[in-house]
Design a binder for this molecule. Structure first.
Ligand code: ADP
Ligand code: F6P
Length: 446
């Protein structure tokens, strides 16, 4: 039995990249609690085991659960709807049924490992119904919920079939955390609109309890990134990367994302292509490295994105490349954290241009890696990170001209101003790292 339990769709074991596991792994490790989640493979449920000091409680998903709960309701309905519907959300009854059944399985697994009066922290959009289910089964628990992705405007949320059930599900928690204050406010407005509740600021009375909704902007493990950035081997790799990409090239631009249509990868590549076409930059002086990690590849919109991106990469390299020297290196691969940090150190300009993103940890990792106070960050206004990192070159990724303007501004800015900007961004990230985020949340949860 455990006094502290993390509940998330994925286990921190062989997980693909993603903000959630990156952020929570260090916390679970230091608290020595339990983690309830899915291994990432269908029809697999290993016996509970210990991993880096954490008790791992696997939840099994069948092949059909993966289709309906994970790829369907989670990643074809809720994910696009909560990201401003940048791709049209798809609604299917069978997916909703599976989502509810899988959420119940997670709630039961959690109830079986949580000690009397334990603190349970449920995470993200795959598990919106778990707090309510857990509350009914285990009223003794202290339940927190954190949403890692954006919470949509009220008008968009209202499109969701069975929307009231999702609001009730979240109200099962004592504390509901969001990335942005506006998200918490949107949620509170929905409690009035759908359930006739009367929130008072951040609090609302519901079924004889008080539920608090508040913003807790997530962050990164700064010490881990700084440690890698200080490692002589990582620094050597960064220098080698510059050589490999053409030592005489002045400018290295970098993008690092899961291959996801919310990340604005195609818009970024389009802007880069136009800068090459209009002669603002040339293949002799600049190179863009785009790491796009495979993600949710069985979902149609992700396959379509991959095709769009790969076509555009081919076009740009065909049009502007030379033998032995291309302007765009596209890596449809995962990379270790040390390799990512070497890329961050090598990059003059980091391009983080999502159409919508709850936070974006890559932006914060880049800043944390730049102990030399070098480099420049071009950052979409539509990321949670933009509210903290306003010394970045902020851009509207829907406007190719504005994207180009941001990139050109970053190129044209002198080293003194770049250093001043990076120094201020580093102060912010170092003062608000992931430990502080977790402590703030857990202190309020009580
Ligand atoms: P999301 O949660 O939507 O994936 P974030 O930017 O918030 O986006 O978090 C992504 C996390 O995954 C970061 O910690 C980043 O370092 C990691 N990551 C992204 N791409 C890769 C990759 N190719 N290899 C390894 N880790 C990656
Ligand atoms: O919050 C972002 C997030 O969706 C996490 O919940 C998730 O673990 C990560 O991105 C990666 O996505 P997936 O688990 O679908 O591979």
């Amino acid at each position: 039995m455990n006094q502290f339990v993390v509940v998330a769709n994925r286990l921190p074991v062989d997980a693909g990249p993603g903000g959630l596991v990156s952020a929570l792994q260090p916390i679970a490790r230091s608290s020595g609690g339990a983690w309830v989640g899915w291994t990432g493979n269908p029809d697999e449920r290993p016996e509970p085991f210990e991993h880096e000091g954490v008790h791992i409680q696997p939840v099994e998903l069948t092949g059909e659960d993966v289709d309906h709960y994970y790829e369907g309701q989670s990643n074809s309905t809720i994910w696009p709807l909560f990201h401003d519907a940048v791709e049209p959300p798809v609604h299917r009854r069978a997916w909703r049924v599976a989502y509810e059944a899988v959420n119940r399985r997670f709630a039961e697994a959690t109830a079986s490992v949580a000690a009397e009066g334990a603190t349970v922290w449920v995470h993200d959009y795959q598990l919106l119904l778990v707090p309510g289910m857990l509350r009914r089964a285990r009223p003794d628990l202290r339940i927190g919920f954190f949403l890692h992705i954006p919470f949509p405007p009220v008008e968009l949320f209202m499109q969701l079939p069975r929307r009231t059930e999702f609001v009730r599900g979240l109200l099962g928690a004592d504390l509901v955390g969001f990335q942005q204050p506006l998200a918490a406010q949107n949620f509170m407005r929905l409690t009035t609109q759908l359930l006739g509740l009367h929130p008072q600021g951040e609090r609302v009375a519901y079924e004889g309890r008080t539920v608090t909704a508040r913003a807790f902007p997530i962050s990164i493990d700064v010490a881990e990134i700084e440690g890698l950035a200080a490692d002589p081997e990582v620094q050597r790799d960064a220098a080698q990367l510059r050589k490999d990409l053409g030592g005489d090239r002045r400018l290295l631009l970098l993008g690092v994302d899961r291959l996801d249509y919310t990340k604005g990868i195609d818009q970024r590549i389009e802007a880069y292509g136009e800068l090459l076409a209009d002669g603002t930059i040339s293949n002799d002086e600049a190179v863009l490295v785009q790491v796009a990690t495979p993600s949710r590849m069985r979902v149609a919109q992700y396959q379509q994105l991959r095709e769009r991106v790969e076509r555009e990469v081919g076009r740009i390299n065909g049009e502007f490349g030379d033998v032995g020297r291309v302007p765009l290196h596209y890596l449809f691969q995962s990379r270790t954290r040390a390799e990512l940090v070497a890329l961050y150190l090598a990059a003059d300009i980091m391009l983080v241009t999502p159409l919508r993103d709850g936070m974006n940890l890559v932006a914060k990792e880049y800043v944390a890696a730049r102990r030399d106070e070098g480099g420049a960050l071009v950052l979409s206004e539509f990321t949670g990170a933009a509210s903290e990192l306003d010394d970045a070159f902020l851009v509207n990724p829907y406007d190719v001209d504005d994207l180009k303007r941001g990139i050109v501004a970053a190129i044209a800015t002198g080293p003194e101003e770049l250093t001043a900007r990076m120094r201020r961004m580093r102060e912010r990230v170092r003062a608000h790292d992931v430990d502080r985020w977790a402590r703030d949340f857990l202190d309020v949860l009580g």
